[in-house]
Design a protein around this ligand. Structure first.
Ligand code: TZP
Ligand code: MG
Length: 211
């Protein structure tokens, strides 16, 4: 049985984290209560993903926070990450599962209820659902789904879901009310001068409402 806690899921962004750096941002966020960290770097090729991922793995060792690699299956395996996160356009879940083996966590982004209900729980461990709100962080994101859409997609998903897209501490209650197991954030942590304090504020809201 794989154990993972989706409640406060930091998605790193090399541009937004530039001032402090991805590794230091992740370290501070985990100190503040982040439970999962995704390495997402749209500019890096596999060698740089591996280099950053290995440094991240070292930074997170012993904290209990899990390291997930976005898109790059080869890097995820080389790093020995806890998981891989893919989008609909990246590769199909069966291919990804074959490449990462049975033990690694596999996350899949879903933007519609039919896609959520088509998820195979034998292959996929969690879904990333959104964008809840429009966000400048992802230029090509799909139509925002709002909290009603989030609730529909969470219900359709046969595996636990984490919400994403424009989410901040003030949205925590609605995210959990919609049935998601947590929120994934980029700018609410990466884009701040004090990632640890920003994470603590979100973690405090989660403690108030978490089922
Ligand atoms: N997928 C859907 S929205 C998004 C991703 C990666 C970006 C979310 O960034 P932010 O800054 O938390 O709105
Ligand atoms: Mg992708």
């Amino acid at each position: 049985m794989k154990r993972f806690d989706l409640s406060l899921y930091l998605v790193l962004d090399s541009d937004l984290c530039a001032a402090i750096g991805m590794i230091e941002t992740a370290r501070l966020a985990v100190a503040g209560g982040a439970t999962m960290v995704q390495l997402r770097d749209k500019h890096a090729g596999t060698p740089r993903m591996i280099e950053t991922g290995r440094a991240l793995k070292q930074a997170l060792a012993g904290t209990g926070a899990l390291l997930i690699v976005n898109d790059d299956v080869e890097a995820a395996v080389a790093i020995g990450a806890d998981g891989l996160h893919i989008g609909q356009e990246d590769m199909d879940a069966r291919t990804a599962r074959t490449m990462i083996g049975p033990d690694m966590i596999l996350g899949l982004s879903v933007e519609t209820a039919p896609l959520a209900s088509a998820v195979d729980p034998a292959l996929v461990d969690y879904t990333g659902v959104g964008p809840v709100f429009a966000t400048p962080t992802k230029a090509d994101h799909k139509q925002p789904i709002g909290f009603d859409g989030l609730a529909r997609l969470v219900k359709a998903s046969p595996v636990p879901s984490v919400a994403i897209g424009g989410l901040k501490a003030e949205h925590v209650a609605e995210v959990f009310t919609a049935g998601a197991r947590g929120l994934a954030v980029v700018s609410a942590i990466c884009g701040t001068a004090h990632p640890e304090a920003a994470t603590r504020r979100i973690a405090a809201e989660i403690r108030k409402v978490r089922p």
